[in-house]
Ligand binder design. Structure first.
Ligand SMILES: [Zn+2]
Length: 443
């Protein structure tokens, strides 16, 4: 006797799709049946005509709490995620204060508990002192984040020596280290040469060369030390080519984000502040190279870099384009935008699941997530691939109150979301609030 059996759906996993019914007990998938086996259950859910996907795992989001709750908080951010089919968020440590110590992580967990609509795992930042690391890792953050440019001095590792020495210290811990690829020397050199403060100056301060240098340093330092490294958001042709050539040298993975697959720097002129983020948008040839890498399977993880700011902050006047607060929301639109890539045949449904669910769950120590398999959490998305979605600013739950994909019409529709066996979203509406939990790395 099962708590629930979902019948009639097509189960999509990273390794393919098949017709199967899903038996759920205590929030976990207890069995997968051949259709027609008619198991016993307390309740049946009809998924006829639906594709069933594992809930998405967003490996890169900024929920802005504590300290920046005018931009977002745990309630609004996880509401956006639930409505978008992201059932697990991995939250970045760049709030106020940054999450660098065990005390700061404990405080963040305490603030989050009871206010989450989906599950959330926390990332901590590596600071130069490296003090209190044992205590911090006892709280099982899903990653440690290492920054190489454009951050406060105590969190900046701006040379190959600094990155390598730090990874050497961390290699004995069984944790994934996220590295944001950048180059502080190019940032500073560019700033001294180009003081125009316009879009061109912003672009030349963070060029593809800086990204490629950051990728190569991260991979070489991982190869030298044996550390397990995840390279954050890449988006340039030079970055893709660097990644293609070096990635076999070490235990490394890489991510990109949806906005990099649709927009170019030419869009800044019309859209302006709402598209401004780091890395900057690139050129058409970069978008094409990134899309080709996606189709080839070179990109491990699709993350959002959900980084909302208030409308007031984005609309304010700034002396330089580079000074506009960087980032845009993405949690609620990740899945529909991936549907668009499906429609354009850039990726398959299984590749979608691999990049948005399976790979991020595995990489960050969440083995019970990211797969519709026996023993996994019953985090399940009901998708009508024959339906359609219109993304609109008015429906966004994020405090950013806009989306770069406003008014996009997309083939495919998310109808229902199950989190640990409970239907938290029913026909596009948040039906069961506050069911999310804090999740910890099991590595
Ligand atoms: Zn970010």
């Amino acid at each position: 006797m099962f708590d629930t059996v979902i019948i009639g759906g097509i189960v999509v996993n990273a390794d393919g799709e098949r017709r199967a019914d899903i038996g759920i007990n205590d929030g976990r998938i207890a069995a997968l049946f051949t259709p027609g086996d008619s198991p016993m259950a307390r309740s049946f859910v009809d998924a006829t005509g639906r594709h069933l996907l594992p809930g998405l795992v967003d490996a890169h989001a900024h929920l802005r709490e504590p300290g920046l709750t005018h931009k977002e908080d745990f309630e609004s951010g996880t509401r956006a995620a639930a409505l978008g089919g992201v059932t697990t968020i991995l939250d970045m440590p760049t709030d106020d204060p940054w999450t660098a110590t065990a005390a700061q992580l404990s405080e963040k967990i305490a603030i989050a508990e009871g206010r989450l609509h989906v599950d959330v795992g926390f990332q901590a930042v590596i600071s130069k002192s490296l003090e209190g690391l044992d205590e911090l890792l006892k709280l099982a953050p899903v990653s440690l984040e290492l920054f190489t440019a454009d951050v406060p001095a105590e969190f900046m590792f701006d040379s190959l020596d600094a990155v390598t020495q730090t990874l050497r210290r961390l290699a004995s811990y069984n944790t994934t280290i996220g590295i944001s690829p950048g180059d502080q020397s190019i940032l500073l050199g560019s700033a001294s040469r180009d003081r125009a403060g316009d879009i061109g100056a912003f672009l030349s301060s963070r060029p593809p060369l800086a990204e490629a240098g950051g990728i190569s340093r991260a991979v070489l330092a991982a190869a030298e030390t044996g550390a397990r490294v995840h390279v954050r958001q890449i988006n340039s042709r030079l970055g893709v080519e660097t990644w293609r050539r070096l990635r076999d040298m070490a235990d490394v993975t890489v991510e990109t984000t949806p906005q990099n697959l649709f927009f170019t720097a030419a869009d800044y002129a019309a859209v302006g502040a709402n598209l401004k983020g780091s890395p900057p948008l690139r050129d058409r040839e970069d978008v094409q190279a990134l899309r080709a890498a996606l189709s080839e399977g070179l990109i491990d993880i699709m993350a959002t870099d959900h980084a909302p700011h208030s409308a007031k902050e984005k609309a304010a006047h700034y002396a330089a384009f580079a000074d506009i607060p960087g980032g845009m929301p993405g949690l609620q639109t990740l899945l529909p935008v991936m549907f668009k890539l499906l429609g354009e045949r850039v990726i398959s449904p299984s590749a979608l699941v691999r990049m948005c669910s399976y790979a991020p769950a595995r990489r960050f120590g969440l083995g019970s997530k990211g797969s519709l398999a026996v023993g996994c959490d019953a985090d399940i998305l009901f998708v009508d691939l024959n339906g359609s979605t219109v993304i609109s600013n008015a429906e966004q739950a994020s405090r950013a109150t806009y989306t770069p994909f406003d008014d996009w019409r997309i083939p495919g529709k998310l109808t229902d979301v199950f989190l640990r066996g409970e239907r938290i979203v029913s026909d596009g509406v948040l039906a069961l609030p506050n069911r999310g939990q804090v999740v910890r790395s099991a590595d």
